[in-house]
Design a protein around this ligand. Structure first.
Ligand SMILES: [Zn+2]
Length: 289
């Protein structure tokens, strides 16, 4: 009796209704705005997300405080969430002020969370991540991808967490890297890969199929076959935007393309001829249907 029962159970299992795969969300226009340094604003379907917004561009030779006027002038009225790639000052400085002003969720490492808390961001607005999470929010979702910082100082700088509890204002060197993440955002039926520093862990990206990849370019020469390996790992995405290519210590002005950016665009053309790569202008928006 036992064998026929098992066969019957097998048949039931084979013929049990199978949950339909999730349907792709209907596409809404996606507007991407470059905020300078590694900062981006993503808008679709009534939602607004920010990545590494950095409007202050302060002097870096003493205690560093956010520039409240510069932040107020550029912060959208409604922000769902702020994603932080790592906790260096040019990625994190302004996020707590924006979170406090807008009520946005602030997503980042334990180091990012500690700085946010010390800046007065309420605990219920802070989402601390370790990498590997895939979190659903109201109308959008984000996969947190373990990643690596660009190879500073000829590969001789190793990041790490804060030396101790942050006491604000901190100096430049006090803003510890705190671990680095890339993000895959799903918003308005689009998938957007965000890399805010030029390095990655290939196995964490392999098989992702973003429509848009925002790709840090500075110091990529320190990484083996950066551009081709990255693009191929994520299926040669249709659209690429350069990131973290401007002078982060200077005011946010559009400069003529330098050799490094020309080289990057040529690398994309050579590796993924169907991919359209764009160097964004500061505070200019591109809408993808
Ligand atoms: Zn950094």
């Amino acid at each position: 009796m036992r064998l026929p029962l098992l066969v019957a159970l097998g048949l039931i299992a084979c013929h049990a209704p199978v949950a339909a795969p999730p349907r792709p969300a209907p596409r809404a226009p996606l507007t991407l705005t470059y905020l300078g340094v590694a900062g981006w604003q993503l808008e679709a379907d009534g939602h607004t997300l920010l990545l590494d917004p950095y409007f202050s561009r302060p002097a870096l030779d003493g205690p560093i405080v956010p520039d409240a006027a510069a932040i107020a002038a550029r912060t959208p009225p409604r922000v769902d969430a702020i994603l932080i790639g790592h906790s260096h000052v040019d990625h994190l400085l302004d996020a707590p002020t924006i979170a406090r002003a807008t009520g946005a969720q602030l997503i980042g490492s334990a180091t990012t969370a500690a700085v946010a808390r010390a800046s007065g961001v309420p605990d219920d607005q802070i989402v601390t991540v370790k990498g590997g999470e895939d979190y659903q929010f109201d109308g959008w979702s984000v996969r947190v991808l373990p990643s690596l910082h660009s190879a500073l100082d000829g590969k001789h700088t190793v990041g790490g967490p804060l030396a101790g509890p942050p006491v604000l204002p901190m100096g430049f060197a006090d803003y510890a890297e705190g671990g680095t993440f890339a993000y895959l955002v799903r918003l308005g039926g689009h998938q957007i890969l965000l890399l805010s520093t030029a390095n990655f862990i290939e196995r964490e990206l392999a098989g992702l199929r973003p429509d848009v990849a925002i790709v840090a370019t500075g110091l990529r020469q320190e990484v083996y076959d950066y551009t081709c390996r990255l693009l191929h790992a994520v299926g040669d995405p249709p659209r690429v935007f350069t990131n973290h290519f401007d002078d982060w210590r200077a005011p946010p002005v559009d400069a003529p393309l330098d050799d490094d950016l020309r080289d990057f665009l040529a690398e994309v053309r050579a590796c993924a001829p169907a991919t359209v790569a764009t160097v964004p202008g500061h505070f200019r928006s591109v809408t993808i249907p």
